[in-house]
Design a protein around this ligand. Structure first.
Ligand code: PMP
Ligand code: GLN
Length: 382
């Protein structure tokens, strides 16, 4: 029998594959893995198709097509008032996950410490560990999942290389405020710490709140790498395309890794996106579109046995089952899929140490009929 020493001995299959697999097997409504059930814009699909028909089918330049980078530079300036040079400070990636992995690989050395806020998106920790880094988790707790920056400051050592943030936050649905970013700025100001800011849900934010990108804070911007995903913004998670913004001295290093990880990404889609982004309504309408979804879902589940605080951003709603069950969230998520026909994500899997917060995450990026059917099932759970 051959054996191999695993580089990730504690890692199994990602929860998204497990829960979507179980939902498919059992025919349950799948509110687990985060992906929309509604259609991608016909206009965007048409542009993509046209780009292929017009022979944009060979390698794109390594950092991405310049017209797309130029559109993204304009968009960032318009939305956040921050300038990124399209030539040297913007790179098109194969989604947010690749951008995160690339940034971590480019900057984290063996023994470097990386502070992450848990619950954390599940790709962060393995990527840090594969780079030889040491994960320093800061635990966020329900119901508000707030960060005490004084405590974060105490976690910083001479080995701290990076702090990763995520706003709007998956899975809690909370957002960071301008105050949070000012505090982050203050505790990293005279250090060489790099901030890796995961902003893939930037346009999915509610109640009139403004997405506080690190790009809005001049000093932070100068030591931050920001990650975005077209998959989230244009309802096309399967297209796996995103982008990264960083000041030139950081982007230079990012690209050294990017060029050998993927070299470049999907050319015809970049042609299509460059044209589609010219109409700002395509992303500025997203908060109201998703707020209607959130509000509809919450109105449908009103009076159910779960407790909840409406999420402020992302397309996830946490539901607290502590009033009616003592089960582990991983067990309950499986049982609800099999017995009640509704799949969710147990939140404990996003922590590196065992926690028992009795929370399940439900994705409401679904058509209304699916949400109605899901709500019926949720009402039966007691
Ligand atoms: N970060 C977070 C917080 C996410 O939820 C996701 C979603 N899947 C990603 C990054 C990765 O984005 P992508 O699908 O573009 O790789
Ligand atoms: N980001 C999505 C989620 O959190 C799914 C990501 C994935 O399937 N890897 O559900």
């Amino acid at each position: 029998m051959n054996s191999i020493e695993s580089k990730l001995p504690h890692v199994g299959t990602t929860i998204f594959t497990i829960m979507s697999g179980l939902a498919n097997e059992t025919g349950a409504i799948n509110l687990s893995q985060g992906f929309p059930s509604f259609e991608v814009s016909r206009e965007l699909i048409e542009l993509y198709h046209q780009a292929m028909m017009n022979n944009h089918n060979q390698y794109a330049p390594m950092p991405g097509l310049l017209p797309l980078r130029e559109e993204l530079s304009k968009k960032t300036e318009k939305v956040h008032g921050a300038y990124y040079n399209p030539e040297s400070e913007i790179t098109i990636t194969a989604g947010g996950t690749q951008a995160l992995y690339t940034a971590i690989t480019a900057f984290v050395n063996k023994g470097d410490e990386v502070i992450i806020f848990e619950p954390a998106y599940d790709s962060y920790k393995p990527a840090i560990e594969l780079a030889g880094g040491i994960v320093k988790p800061y635990s966020l707790t329900p119901p508000d999942y707030r960060i005490n920056w004084e405590e974060v400051k105490q976690m910083i050592t001479s080995k701290t290389k990076m702090i990763m943030i995520n706003t709007p936050h998956n899975p809690s649905g909370t957002i960071l405020t301008a105050y949070d970013l000012e505090q982050l700025d203050a505790i990293t100001r005279d250090t060489n710490i790099i901030v890796l800011s995961d902003e893939v849900y930037e346009h999915i934010i509610f109640d009139g709140e403004i997405h506080q990108s690190v790009a809005r804070f001049e000093n932070l911007k100068n030591r931050s790498v920001i990650v975005y995903s077209f998959g989230k913004t244009f309802h096309a998670t399967g297209w796996k395309t995103g982008y990264c913004l960083a000041p030139e001295y950081l982007m230079k290093e990012f690209r050294k890794v990017h060029q050998f990880l993927v070299f470049s990404v999907n050319t015809p889609l970049q042609v299509a996106l460059a044209a589609y982004l010219k109409n700002e309504e395509h992303y500025l309408n997203l908060p109201s579109f998703y707020q209607a979804k959130r509000d509809y879902f919450l109105s449908l589940i009103e009076g159910c046995s779960f407790a909840f605080t409406p999420c402020k951003g992302s397309y996830f709603q946490l539901l607290d089952y502590s009033s009616f069950s003592n089960e582990k969230d991983t067990d309950l998520a499986i049982r609800l899929t099999k017995e009640f026909g509704i799949a969710s994500i147990p939140v404990s899997v996003f922590y590196s140490s065992p926690v028992d917060t009795k929370m399940l995450r439900f994705c409401f990026a679904k058509d209304n009929v699916t949400l109605e059917k899901a709500a019926e099932k949720i009402h039966r759970i007691k």
